[in-house]
Design a protein around this ligand. Structure first.
Ligand code: NAD
Length: 295
């Protein structure tokens, strides 16, 4: 991160209606969070099954709150009504902001961003929840890159307070201000950062993961490391468990992006524990086995 990210000094646009593209783990979570904090949201996917799954995840979260007496039936119905599933771009025409959360593939994202820009109004803000793709690179697929920036949520969206708002070279102050305001309305704590591999969080997190992963390669017991980090160091979870939550495949990919982006600081010459886990398809909680086994 070179220098300080510029401050968002301009007025934010009003956000009455949003759209999320992709109804997967992140898209579903973003839809739930937006709807439950008062911003109706269109949840668009290309797959009907994904839409059903996204909605049923939102219902599950709301049911838990209902059982705990935190919300009543009317509030639950209101939130669910605020999430409108769709397979078509037609429903996205009049939204003020779009959060792209489709698969982490630069070509797919580029075409989805160009498609959605052709549908929304002139003033709509477009964002991407990418974890590893450069915001400046994605901006090239848009006619108006000034209306575009990163809006990086963390998993699980309803529990993780941080949102990275990633300013690209051409991102306008209004865009940053609007995205910061939307994140704050969603009850999140936005931070504004410049575009670089790993943005802010992964630049801090991945040297730690790499240190851990090499330590295990050298013979350290991963459970002992987790125990020390949790019990003695006071962190909510140790690196092995956190990698299982994030997904070892995701971690493996992000590690490669960091190594490419910072070849001298984050070079990867040695095979480490993350590589071995990945090769053995131990992807973490998502497939039931990572450093730990989940039944
Ligand atoms: P996912 O695989 O769970 O969901 C992706 C969804 O996108 C699927 O439902 C798929 O049908 C849909 N999709 C694919 N092509 C589409 C298109 N053309 N139009 C609309 N929908 C389309 O993925 P995910 O884990 O939710 O990740 C989504 C994005 O969020 C990625 O960019 C990822 O890097 C980022 N992210 C993920 C995490 C995480 O922990 N999972 C955390 C932060 C950011």
């Amino acid at each position: 991160i070179k220098g300080k990210a510029k401050k968002a000094g301009k007025a934010a646009h009003a956000i009455d209606k949003a759209a999320v593209l992709g109804a997967g783990i992140m898209g579903g979570g973003i839809a739930y969070q937006s709807a439950s904090t008062g911003t109706p949201i269109i949840m668009k996917d290309i797959n009907d099954k994904a839409l059903h799954l996204g909605l049923s995840e939102a219902s599950k979260l709301l049911n838990k709150q209902l059982e705990r007496g935190k919300i009543n039936g009317a509030k639950m119905a209101g939130v669910l009504n605020n999430i409108v599933p769709s397979l078509s771009y037609d429903s996205v025409k009049d939204v003020n902001i779009v959060v792209e959360a489709v698969v982490e593939n630069p070509k797919v994202k580029a075409s989805v961003l160009a498609e959605v820009e052709g549908v929304v109004g002139e003033d709509a803000i477009i964002t991407s929840n990418t974890s590893t793709i450069s915001i400046n690179q994605l901006a090239q697929s848009l006619k108006k890159p000034e209306r575009f920036c990163g809006m990086h949520f963390f998993n699980p969206v309803h529990r993780m307070p941080l949102v990275e708002v990633i300013r690209g070279e051409h991102t306008s102050d209004e865009t940053v201000a609007t995205v910061v305001a939307y994140a704050a309305k969603m009850g999140k704590s936005p931070i504004v950062v410049n575009d670089c591999p790993g943005f802010f969080v992964n630049r801090v997190l991945f040297p730690y993961f790499q240190g851990f992963s090499l330590l295990v390669r050298d013979g350290a017991d991963f459970q002992a490391v987790d125990k020390v980090m949790e019990k003695q160091f006071g962190w909510p979870m140790g690196p092995a468990y956190l990698l299982d939550v994030v997904g070892i495949d995701t971690g493996h990919h992000a590690q490669a992006v960091m190594a490419e982006g910072f070849p001298t600081r984050m070079s990867k010459t040695d095979k480490d524990a993350i590589d071995v886990m990945f090769e053995n398809q131990r992807f973490g909680q998502k497939n039931g086995k990572g450093f730990y086994v989940y039944t």
